[in-house]
Design a protein. Structure first.
Length: 161
């Protein structure tokens, strides 16, 4: 009779032996999901800020109608557009941590201000969902940014593993 303490290890579907690698899937590292989440959220914010800034500066009729219905003067589009384009450039560029903090704050204020304006005036309330999603993407991009895109001495939010 064989002793249990001297027996050979049994290879199962979850073991790391040659047969186990076909059945067991290693979990992806958290860092990979973090990087993908950051890039997707940042790409959406950069695209919206860039395109929105150009539309604001061009004063296309659709944007002008929305702004006037919300009660803002037309020249407000020039102010928004003049700051959205640099924000998009800074968020897309590596480094520049202090400028990134300002760009994140600016986009957050633009989206939350637009949400408040739509809710107060009652105009185009369906856009509140889109603006809320953009606000969430801004916060997600800010929270998941890599350490080299943060101010010195401050680290991005860390997830528990």
């Amino acid at each position: 009779m064989r002793s249990l303490s001297r027996s050979q290890p049994v290879h199962t579907a979850t073991s790391t032996g040659p047969a186990g690698r076909f059945f067991r899937r290693e979990p992806a590292p958290v860092g990979r999901y973090r990087t993908v989440g950051y890039r997707v959220a940042t790409a959406a914010i950069v695209a919206e800020a860039g395109v929105g800034g150009v539309w604001d500066l061009a004063r296309i009729p659709f944007v002008t109608d929305v702004v006037t219905h919300l009660g803002y003067p037309r020249y407000f589009l020039v102010l928004l557009g003049a700051w959205k384009i640099p924000a998009a450039i800074v968020l897309a560029a590596p480094r520049l941590p202090l400028c990134k903090e300002w760009a994140y704050a600016g986009t957050f204020f633009v989206y939350t201000g637009a949400i408040a304006s739509h809710l107060i005036t009652g105009y185009a309330r369906a856009e509140v969902a889109v603006l809320s999603a953009m606000t969430l993407l801004t916060v997600t991009s800010w929270a998941l940014r890599p350490a080299d895109r943060c101010l010195p001495g401050r680290q991005p939010l860390r997830m528990r593993s």
